[in-house]
Design a protein around this ligand. Sequence first.
Ligand code: PGA
Length: 252
Amino acid sequence: MKKRIIIGNWKMNPRTLEEAKNIYKSTKTVADKLKSVSVVMCPPFVYTSTLLNSRTETTVKIGSQDAYFEEQGSYTGEISPVMLKDLGVEYAIIGHSERRSKGETDEMISKKVALCLEVGIIPILCIGEKVRDEGGSHLDFIKDQVKNSLNKVPKKNISKLIIAYEPIWAIGAKEAMMPESIYEMSLFIKKVLSDMYGHDEGISTPILYGGSVNFRNALDIFNKGKIDGLLVGRESVNITGFVELLKTVDTI
Ligand code: PGA
């Protein structure tokens, strides 16, 4: 059975390394017992080494929240996929809306995705519309985002990445998107991928949903939304909530 992927985007949390170790340890203890769920945690970069070094025999993978599009050089403050790989990081969130809102463009994102794939980091490409209208213009928007972000990804690499659909209006909100609409969007994204890369490749790329997921709505999102996984923000640093979420999804 294909495992469901649950990715925790810790964002800029928690405040201290001690707390980070605590969240990691508590999550790991539960995650290692799960049968049908694989877990990736994306802490702030400063905590990465410590968490990686405390790993013994765990199924939990570590991801970063970004990666730059050059291998090395004069790029103050940036971290390259080569460095991440060397450290033992296996995934990288790319193009999160909180970074796009600071000026990250599809062009930059496409270079980041391509370089990650080249060096063996699995990119978690985030896409999502800001607003919706009756005319369905968000569909064109998503189609363009997918096409532009993947324009450097050849067919042989498309199944090596993950797409996280995160409508911006549902991030940090009270309610997640309706599971039925999540299903429609994941079908739409798979159709766009199939048109670009062919049917088999299109349907083999995992599509995740993100935006106000918690332990109460996760089951419904999986059952009715029929997605391959979740990108979880706030709830991923809430130990009790996240652990409950993992256990719940593992019952499906
Ligand atoms: P949220 O964030 O779960 O707190 O809404 C999701 C995300 O931004 O990845």
